[in-house]
Design a protein around this ligand. Structure first.
Ligand code: MRU
Length: 353
């Protein structure tokens, strides 16, 4: 088994359920869940069994196609109403990654644009759209990878945070795509430092797992070691993913990313955000408007530990994301090209509206 060959999320062949690789069990156990009910898929997104902005978008597309296929009504208005109800429910699963809402809106658009078609025909088109979202995601990651690869040189040390890897997308990842492309092209002479990424350890459990599995020179570090590794001159580049980018280039990504950006600036290391255009939210001006998910305190106090590692009843703050100021970002790599400040203009020049 190679991680690159695994599907993060897919529709079962008979289109009766979603097959989701349960990422909470990795790296120890590779288990695929077969989920039929929207409540179970909601739970899988909420508890990070499927996670990473693009993968959540792909999951949302498939879910709406699956759920819509089971809506048993004859007329369009009732079909639309039932669809919108399910859509609103799924939208409540996680707040920060804009790809969730982007994919849900894209599915709704198909439904509205085909209002003159029969209900069975609309249902079919929803499946086609969901598959397109998945297939486009692979192509998008490859394009991001090609651009990111052009910024790499032999011997580089690259630091990444969280998992913006193949497990967070349909394939290749975003921040890891340059590494996989380098590998494919025969450039094996680079090292990757993975921040473990407290509290949910996506860096240790997922990024280190998939890069090591691919044969890439991978070193796991605790989050608080990044400064020492940079200070020692071991890092030439930072590639991270993102969950939402505001029009001015402010970027929400996994908690701890903004600290990495501050460090990179201090040590003069280029800091690149890898962002499918679906992650750019031009409807918001700055990062201050990005909703930041807060998660359960138990993730900080006891998850992954044999016993609780904090006093009972101590206050805990557990934001899942932070916002990196655009001024700390060297460039935002989209599938359409590399954007640099001023970001709003750069996005518009690429046709991102
Ligand atoms: O909470 P998660 O694991 O879903 O957070 C994931 C990240 O922050 C990723 O960096 C981001 O979604 C980009 S994935 C290509």
């Amino acid at each position: 088994m190679r991680v690159l060959d695994l599907d993060t999320v897919r529709l079962s062949e008979d289109r009766s359920c979603l097959e989701i690789l349960d990422q909470t069990l990795l790296p120890g156990t590779v288990k695929v869940l077969r989920l039929e009910k929207i409540e179970d898929i909601f739970e899988a997104i909420r508890f990070l069994r499927v996670r990473g902005a693009p993968a959540i978008g792909v999951c949302a597309g498939y879910t709406m196609a699956l759920i819509a296929s089971r809506i048993e009504v004859e007329d369009y208005e009732s079909f639309l109403a039932a669809f919108l109800e399910k859509k609103a429910y799924l939208a409540g699963s996680r707040p920060t990654a804009v790809n969730l809402f982007w994919a849900l809106d894209r599915m709704e658009r198909v439904l509205r644009e085909n209002r003159n078609q029969s209900i069975p025909e609309i249902k079919e088109r929803l499946f086609v759209e969901a598959q397109a979202i998945r297939d486009e995601d692979v192509a998008i990651s490859r394009h991001i990878g090609e651009i990111g690869f052009s910024l790499m040189k032999p011997g580089d040390g690259i630091l990444t945070h969280c998992n913006a890897g193949t497990l967070a997308t349909a394939k290749y990842g975003t921040a890891t795509a340059p590494m996989y492309i380098a590998w494919e092209k025969g450039m094996h002479d680079f090292r990757v430092y993975c921040d473990e990424t407290r509290p949910l350890l996506q860096g240790a459990r997922l990024t280190a797992f998939e890069l090591h599995d691919a044969g890439i020179d991978t070193t796991l570090i605790c989050d608080n070691m990044a400064s020492a590794v940079m200070q020692a001159g071991k890092v030439n580049l930072v590639f991270v993913g993102c969950d939402r980018v505001a029009a001015n280039g402010d970027t929400a990504n996994k908690i701890g990313t903004s600290g990495v950006a501050v460090l990179a600036r201090h040590y003069g290391i280029p800091f690149y955000v890898c962002a499918p255009t679906s992650t750019i939210d031009m409807s918001i001006k700055t990062g201050a408007q990005i909703p930041i998910e807060e998660r359960d305190p138990s993730e900080v106090t006891q998850m992954w530990y044999k016993e609780r590692m904090a006093p009972e009843n101590v206050k805990v703050f557990n934001p899942a994301f932070d916002v990196t100021d655009h001024s700390l970002i060297t460039g935002i790599i989209t599938e359409r090209g590399l954007c640099q400040a001023p970001y709003e203009k750069a996005f518009r020049d690429l046709g991102i509206l």
